[in-house]
Structure formats: structure tokens, C-alpha cells
Design a protein around this ligand. Sequence first.
Ligand code: MSP
Length: 534
Amino acid sequence: MNLVNKTQKTFALTTPLYYVNDVPHIGSAYTTIAADVVARFQKLLGHEVLLITGTDEHGQKIQRTAENLGKNPQDFCDEIVPSFVSLWELLNIQYDRFSRTTAPRHGAIVKEFFERVWKSGDIYQGQQQGWYCVSCEEFKEERELLEGRRCPIHTNKEVEWRDEKNYFFRLSKYQNKLTEFYQLKPDFIQPETRRNEVLSFVNQGLQDFSISRVNLDWGFPVPTDPNHTLYVWFDALLGYVTALLEPDAEPTLANALEKWWPINLHLIGKDILRFHAVYWPAMLLSAGLPLPNRVFGHGFLTKDGQKMGKSLGNTLDPVELVKRYGSDAVRYYFLKEIEFGKDGDFNENRFINVLNADLANDLGNLLNRTLNMVKKYCAENNVPPISKEAISDENPLKTIGLRLGEQVKQAYEQLAFNQACESILLLVQTSNKFIDEQAPWSLYKQGQQQEVEKVLYAVLESVRLAAYLLSPIIPNISSDIYQQLGFGINFNDRIQSSLNAPFATHATWGLLSGNQQLGKAQPIFKRIEPPKND
Ligand code: MSP
């Protein structure tokens, strides 16, 4: 297969394809928010971006859930899928493709891929015996199980014994190739702790895994033996490939892989690391295809220390959260408060405190008080006519501001969203302190107009830079700030942000032009009143 060399200018990334056994919860929203932030950041860099998300609809878990509700599985999936689509809209997710594994064109891609792997001689029939967790859709080692043969991830679910004829994929054959690959591409699995987990798993010796099921019909038939149904994970991972097809393209591998392959980044939770970092590259090697660039496994959102999940029934409703607090608030909290890669607990008081402190007080008040001072102390409602050269290099805002773009860029590239936020907030907090120390109201009384204008310019420019750099995380608030600063840029406008706003220009302190007409000062984030405890 001839794969066109990927240009530097494209960036394709994926969220997992979510199981539709229930409506989405905050854990699914977490990965998708992070993916949207990465996609928006890549657009700021001027790259052409493809963000893939979607749903994983086959397998026993979905079939059983549908049966328990007395529904046909396809109807059941069709009922659940819109709840994902509408949540992504509520959360302001700019996805490009929504891949459903029950789509007929996905069947064509799976069949073609299976045939390539079959031709490589990597599929054979054998007897599968073992403990299966239907919630994970995965066989478990006996030693991994909790007391009462419960799954370590779905701690309220017992695993089930299976003893059946299955088709196997020859994973063991790829032991050396994978080990070489991990060495050659040390950044393939991130963060480091996850990479170590995978290396130690692989070093223990890889076992072939079964890729078909009997006594299950909710899935694609094995192309060479219709008495078997393809294992849901074999089918699901290929959903990423199907998603790459242009909407009207014929569903062939060649068409799917033409523009965007290999995927730049798979964003996943840590529970599905093995599938993405071991099984998936081995399947691709078998099919003779290039491997993805990077897999990042983030941590779990917990409630009272336990993984939040549909199977455990201890979830937080993201719809309610967004309706109550707005999409920017939810996006900001999860990315600022939890180190991406580590687990993080949700606590409503903390949520309210962080948003009030950072968005309402630090950022919101800064903009508001500065705009009001411009109105009061400057002749017109314009940005003071100061050039960045006129501001001393000793000015603390200029000093931080000039370094910030590069720092934040690196943080986003490493998916260290919390660090990006912290660095930006430092500029915001320093700006508040700077106003208090410089006291433009006194300078004004003393008739030091130029000094007043320098202070106000430096602060407005710092707010602008903060808004720009935060725009992947809080696009609505950043757009409002840009409007109030007199720019016509809306960060939710895909074309505007990708083409007209090259990162190097906007991320440099000093862009704001003197005399630009300012907009009307309005609060950008309304303080949240903590709920009253009766
Ligand atoms: N269908 C598979 C993925 C197939 S990808 C080809 C699947 N789906 S899932 O709906 O169960 O989980 C999807 C993602 O949500 C996973 O990355 C998982 O880690 C993430 N989360 C589920 N619960 C989570 C938390 N409580 N916290 C953070 N993320 C969690 O697995």
C-alpha cells in the first residue's frame, strides 16, 4: 500500500470510542475535553487537525445491556449515541469525525484488515480457557482477580469462566519487534509510568489472544468463518481507521489511510493501555501498516477514591454539571486541578473555589478593573497608545510575558495542561499585584499620565496573552476577553483560529496595538455562590 508521506502540517488524534452501555459520564467527558484542548492548541499552531471520537457498539456488554432492557441491540445503540453527540456539543467539543462501529462502512474496513492479518499467517484456531470480565471485555489472569473472583477494575462484577474454540491472533510473534519499537520510539507510550507498566508486561512474555467469540452474534462475523463473531476490541480499534475516510469515499483501507495516517496521538484512560500500546501496534505490524506516533494514558477520575464508572454506578452527570456551571468552567476545573496522567478526585467545594479564585477573581476582575480604569483615566476608550518597546525590560509583566508563549507551548505539547494553566495564572496574578503596587489612581492624581498608560497597557496586554494561551481550554471566556479588548476574534471559529492567528504572533507579549478601540467591559465569569448547607 502506498502511503503518502504525511506533511508536518497535519495532526490527527483520537479519543477512545466509548461503549454505549449507558449515557456518557464525566470519565468519558474527561478524555474528550482533553482531546479537544489538544486539537484547538494544534490549530493555534497552524496545523490542519482531525479530531476523531465515536462509539464502540458491539460485544457482549452491549448485547446484554440491550437484552436486559428488552431491546434490539442496534435500536438500543441508536438511542444512546445521541446522548454522546449532545454532550460533546454542550462541552463545546470541535470533533471532526464521529465513528460508530456499527456503521456498514466500518464492516468493510474490518474485513479488509482481517484479510491482511490472515494472509500474514497470524490468525489460527485454538481453545480459549479463562476468566472473562464482560465490563472490560477482556480475559483476566487468575492472579489479578480480587476476592470472590471480582474484576480489579469493575470491583462489583464477577468474572465469568470461558472454555471455547476461538480464533487467536499471534501476538507472541511480535514480542521482539514491539520491544525494538518501544526502544526506538521512547515517546510512544506516555507518561513514563505507563510506559514502564507496558514494558514490564511485554517483558513477561506476550501470549496470543483470542479475536473471536462463539455464542455471541452482536458483532461482525469472522470473514473466514461466519460461525464466529469478531472480538469487540479487534473491531473497535479499527474504528479509528474507518473514521479517517472522507464522508463520500469508498470504504477501503487505501482511502482511509491516504491523508491522515499514522495517527499522531491516541488519548486514552489507563485501563485500556494494553490494547492501544501492545495489541494495536502488533495488529498493525501484522497488516504491514505504519504505527501511530503516541499513546497517552491518563488517570481515573475518582469519587471517594473509587474509579467513577458506568459499571460501578458512581458517576457524576456531566450534563448537569455543564448546565449548572457552563462548559468553560467544567473544562477548566478538570484540566487545571488534575495532573493529566494521574488520578484525581472530584469535589464540588473545591470545584467552586477554584473557579471563583482563578476565573472570577484573578482573571475576571483583572480585566474588569483595568477596562474601567482606562475609561476613567484615558482620553478615549482605546488601548493606551504605548508600544511594547516603551515598556522597560524590567517590567515584571513584560519579563514573564516574553517567556510565557514558549513555556505554555511546551506544556501543551507534553499534555501538562495543569502546568500550562499555572504558568498563565502566574502572569494574571502578577498583573493584579502590579496594579496594586503601581496604583494608577495615585499616578493619575499626580498627573503622571504616561506612567498610568504604561501600567494599563502592560496589564491589558497580559490579559490578552493569558486569554490567548488559555483559549484551547476556555474558548468562550477567551473569546469574550478578546472582544472586550477590541479584537474580532472568536476562538470557537475554526477557520479564524487556524488560519488567521499564527501562534508565534499571538503568543508573544506586546501584540496589542495602542489606540485599538476597546469593547464594553462585562463580567467574563460570574462568581459561583456555594450551595447552602442546611
Ligand atoms: N470501548 C472501549 C474503548 C475502545 S477504543 C477503540 C472503552 N470504552 S469505555 O467507555 O469504557 O471507556 C472509554 C474511556 O473512558 C477509557 O479511556 C476510560 O479510561 C475512560 N474512563 C472511563 N471511566 C473513567 C474515569 N472514571 N475516569 C477517567 N476516565 C475514565 O474502554
